[in-house]
Design a binder for this molecule. Structure first.
Ligand code: ADE
Ligand code: ZN
Length: 354
């Protein structure tokens, strides 16, 4: 029997390259932590979910930081890593690169070493139980200063683990000088890490130029601000710098008015490498599979194009080449969707405005 589009997209092997651990903790787990630690936050699911209607980025960040206070012990990190892998398996996600913010959790009294040990234990259990691979990208909030970022790298240098594959910055883009972080990024590269930065989400194309020129990032988180700068669009295309795009996140945080006016289709047609991502699935009440389904239902990508985006998700991952190629061959042998092929309804030009 032919598969429904939902079944076909679920079976399509996918990687997630931009998802925050703190933003992926299920409401049920958050409520469990709220009870465990007697936290001042809603413990009824509907009330908790009603807090996730964000008016703007600073509102989002407040809630995000509240949620971060739930993770206090090694066992909590182990639990949420394993839970993430279970949720990934349910969506046909075979590989997930997960960001988290160690310096924020440090304020909850949990050392970097304990964070990593908890996460790695959860990864090992989850990989065995669900057959999904997970790797880690510690990130820093640059507004907290270069010293805090350097202190994290000190810890990372002492406590090295193969599961840690990258380094990044998140949070607001406009309250710090990017060039101050050049040394931090150079040091991360010296530790053998790949690099990424949130840029072009809360900031404009300038933040993206800074991330490319000063930080020499391998990937950019969001990057939707590039629509305002054709020279930047050309540079992203020519240098093949991928953008981790999260359409639902951009919609919920009011960076785009609708899926159809989101620039992802325009970037794709222009030749900029893009991937689909959930960013903070629990906070936006969606997941990576939902993003794929939405892109189809909204006529933004056809099934063949979604297959190409799934390939792109592995191509732009920080996986070693042999593992990456293994996943790519699984996509190549995945049958095409049998059913009404949908053509993209939108013209590229319509998608190059924000
Ligand atoms: N941290 C978690 N989600 C984020 C986002 N969308 N932008 C910046 N930092 C974040
Ligand atoms: Zn993000």
């Amino acid at each position: 029997m032919a598969l429904t589009i939902e079944e076909w997209l679920k079976g399509l092997p996918k990687a997630e390259l931009h998802v925050h651990l703190e933003g992926a903790v299920s409401p049920e787990a958050l409520i469990g932590f709220a009870h465990k630690y007697h936290l001042d936050m809603p413990t009824q699911k509907e009330v908790l979910l009603s807090q996730f209607e964000f008016v703007d980025f600073s509102h989002f960040l407040r809630i995000y930081l509240l949620i971060s206070t739930c993770l206090r012990e090694k066992g909590d990190l182990k639990y949420v890593a394993r839970e993430h892998l279970k949720q990934a398996a349910e969506q046909g996600v075979l590989y997930s690169e997960v960001e988290w913010t160690p310096n924020t959790l440090l304020k909850n009294g949990i050392s970097y070493r304990d964070q990593v040990e908890g996460l790695v234990a959860g990864i090992h259990e989850g990989e065995d139980a669900y057959g999904v691979t997970m790797r880690l990208i510690p990130d820093v909030i640059p507004g907290e200063g270069v010293e805090a970022a350097s202190a994290l790298l000190d810890e990372m240098e002492v406590c090295r683990r193969d599961e840690i594959v990258g380094f990044g910055i998140g949070g607001p883009e406009t309250d710090y000088l990017v060039e101050d972080f050049r040394g931090v990024y150079a040091r991360a590269r010296d530790l053998g890490l790949r690099t990424t930065a949130h840029a072009g989400e809360t900031g404009g194309p300038e933040a993206m130029w800074e991330a490319i020129v000063n930080l020499k990032v391998d990937r950019i988180g969001h990057g939707t601000g590039a629509v305002k700068d054709e020279r930047l669009m050309n540079m992203l295309k020519e240098s093949k710098i991928p953008l981790d795009i999260s359409p639902t996140s951009n919609l919920r945080l009011n960076y785009t008015k609708s899926y159809s006016s989101h620039p992802i289709r325009g970037f794709y047609d222009f030749g900029i490498p893009v991937t689909l991502n959930s960013d903070d699935p629990a906070l936006f009440n969606q997941n990576l599979l939902d993003e794929y389904i939405t892109m189809y239902r909204e006529h933004i990508f056809t099934t063949n194009e979604l297959k190409k985006l799934a390939s792109a998700s592995f191509e732009h991952s920080f996986l070693p080449a042999d593992l990456r190629d293994d996943y790519l061959s699984r996509i190549a042998s995945y049958p095409d969707f049998i059913g009404e092929p949908r053509t993209a309804r939108l013209q590229p030009a319509e998608n190059l405005t924000l």
